[in-house]
Design a protein around this ligand. Structure first.
Ligand code: ADP
Ligand code: ZN
Length: 603
């Protein structure tokens, strides 16, 4: 007898109910319809093809660009009792043949295949001889030649429609822009497919953007205070900075590893594997570390450098908190970041049109950094979604407010002018604040009328003034002259007092922002915490002996729920999210035992 979608969700995957559009998508695909699914990272795309594959006759074929990921996904599926396998170049011929035989015999529910493999004539012939439930094309934006994840082999996937006209196809991506959406539909022949667009909001992620003063120390404080012992990603722009930051963090007692394209393949693979399977590793990485990360319990993503667009920022921060538990997206941002990104655009090989588009994308991100309003409203607005202030970002938690910076802007521009347009912001701030040092006296800048006229404004706010003046085009950076600031045509209006300038205040690090800590363990009250730690230790042992990542055994959210409710019976345990029939049978005794021991110990 056929099971219902909800029964599969509950019995096999152990989830209580569907999220968002999952149910509708699953219903549509299970009854044979094509679908194009846009859902943010962590939204729950996998179930949209996994459940229909189990409901329909035959095997669901999943096309994925990432060989490394297939293995974990298949391991996770097998643990819940789904008959899953993969075919890719990492296997030897014997293993591959065994998988092929299982497919032909109808013994597989799901088969993951690398795109370049799938489009080989031999593989297509194999599929033609098998009973196929559906095709799922994951990371479908890889078909877009404009995107940064372009994979030429994805272009060949249009063959699926030609050869398997009766088999439903579902394409999935977390890339939101309309251009990519159209490209996917056209290139994969999905023009007739039903489109499902989910909200891109990730309510469990708390966005924080801080004024960059001493980035390493700021990062360390952020990790120590809110995320010690938890998994996170720290993004840097250059390989060198990745290496240096990882080494420095390690020296400070943080379990940090480095990842970038310049490392030897073996080291890189090993670091990635450790990040995936061990608890609490902080990966310091360039954006080369990205799409392949399917770790649900990444508790924070920190940016030490500014990404180049809202899309980049959203995708990178989206790698945190996929399990739906509280997570942090934290970024330190300063004038140098803005200058560097502008220069990269100017000096790129791209056409004028490309530079214009890149400049506009960067400006949108700067708008997010400088806003005094809700960060989430800005982010979602950029992706075409209206929303209300979220209450879970730094500006909502500690509203910075704005101030009339017209006078300060004038003083700043005067300082630039009086010092001959040959100095950067650091020196100019010293002059304005009346701080005489070697450099100031050498140039006789302490004798200028502007010396000390801005002593009433602190350094952080001056940095912010200069940053915003650059962002708004009232001054520009001379890349030839070591980042000296120069006046622009627009400066005049400000200097003459004809244009008023409103700016965001820099607030001293607000205590309240870290008060409602975003950490999972912090959400557990006193006596649940030791049990949570014991459950994690038990899970680590299981993961090691089975050779799978810890989260494949059970998610943090499930362990936290057990720690909180301390189920005494298998029935009670079975009610907890993440515990399906198969996991209940496998781990039930052990878990109830751990929870029970805790009970008898506590007074
Ligand atoms: P995506 O591929 O969209 O990034 P995943 O499919 O990996 O997201 O799902 C993200 C996380 O959410 C996973 O840990 C998954 O187990 C969980 N999840 C998905 N759907 C549900 C649901 N209906 N109920 C509970 N958890 C869910
Ligand atoms: Zn907000």
């Amino acid at each position: 007898m056929k099971r219902s979608a909800l029964a599969v969700l509950r019995e096999t995957f152990g989830h209580a109910g569907f999220r968002g559009a999952q149910e509708e998508i699953i219903g549509h695909v299970a009854s044979g319809g094509d679908a194009l699914v846009l859902m943010p990272t962590g939204g729950g795309k996998s179930l949209c093809y996994q459940v229909p594959s189990l409901l329909r006759e035959g095997t669901g074929i999943v096309v994925s660009p990432l060989i490394a990921l297939m293995q974990d996904q298949v391991a996770a599926l097998k643990l819940v009792g789904v008959r899953a396998a993969f075919l890719n170049s990492s296997q030897d011929a014997d293993t591959a043949r065994t998988v092929e035989r299982a497919l032909l015999a109808g013994h597989l529910d799901l088969l993951y295949v690398a795109a370049e493999r799938l489009t080989l004539p031999r593989c297509l012939d194999l599929l033609a001889k098998s009973k196929i439930a559906l095709f799922a094309i994951d990371e479908a934006h890889c078909v877009s030649q404009w995107g940064h994840d372009f994979r030429p082999e994805y272009l060949q996937l249009s063959v699926l429609q030609e050869r398997f006209a009766d088999v439903p196809r579902i394409a999935l991506t977390a890339t939101a822009d309309p251009q990519t959406r159209t490209e996917i539909a056209t290139r994969l022949g999905l023009d007739g497919a039903r489109l499902f667009v989910s909200s891109f909001d990730r309510p469990n992620i708390r966005y924080t953007i801080v004024d960059k003063a001493d980035p390493r120390a700021q990062l360390l404080r952020f990790i120590r205070e809110d995320h010690m012992g938890e998994a996170g990603i720290v993004y840097c722009l250059s390989r060198r900075k990745v290496d240096e930051t990882a080494a420095w963090l390690a020296g400070q007692g943080v379990n940090a590893l480095a990842y970038h394209a310049g490392l030897e393949t073996q080291t890189r693979t090993e670091h990635q594997a450790r990040f995936q399977s061990e608890d609490g590793i902080v990966m310091v990485a360039t954006i080369a570390f990205g799409m392949g990360i399917d770790k649900p319990d990444v508790r924070f993503v920190a940016h030490l450098d500014l990404p180049k667009s809202m899309e980049g920022y959203y995708q990178e921060t989206g790698r945190s908190g996929r399990d739906g538990l509280p997570a942090d997206a934290w970024m330190a941002y300063g004038l140098a970041d803005l200058v560097l990104q502008r220069r990269l655009i100017e000096q790129s090989e791209g056409s004028e049109a490309f530079k214009r588009v890149s400049g506009a994308k960067l400006d949108a991100l700067l708008g997010l950094c400088e806003t005094a309003g809700c960060r989430r409203v800005r982010l979602l607005g950029y992706f075409g979604e209206d929303s209300r202030p979220c209450g879970n970002c730094d500006t909502c938690l500690a509203p910075p407010g704005t101030w009339d910076a017209t006078d300060a802007a004038r003083k700043a521009l005067s300082a630039i002018y009086r010092t001959g347009q040959r100095f950067g912001a650091v020196h100019l701030i010293d002059v304005l604040r009346g701080k005489s040092g070697e450099r100031v006296t050498r140039w006789d800048h302490d004798k200028l009328g502007v010396f000390g006229i801005g002593a009433d404004i602190d350094e952080a706010n001056w940095r912010s003034v200069f940053r915003q003046l650059v962002a708004l085009g009232f001054t520009q950076v001379d890349h030839e002259a070591h980042g000296a600031l120069k006046l622009t045509a627009a400066s005049r209006n400000v200097l003459k007092g004809e244009q008023s300038v409103e700016m965001r205040k820099v607030v001293a690090r607000a205590k309240s922002a870290s008060a409602g800590r975003a950490s999972v363990s912090a959400a557990l009250s006193g006596d649940a915490l030791p049990l949570f730690d014991r459950l994690k230790a038990w899970r680590a042992g299981e993961a090691r002996s089975q050779g799978v990542p810890a989260y494949v055994i059970l998610h943090d959210s499930t362990l936290a729920e057990i720690a909180r409710t301390k189920p005494r019976t298998l029935d009670a345990l079975g009610m907890i999210g993440g515990i399906g029939a198969s996991k209940l049978a496998k781990y039930g005794e052990a878990l109830v035992g751990l929870a029970g021991a805790e009970l008898s110990e506590s007074p």
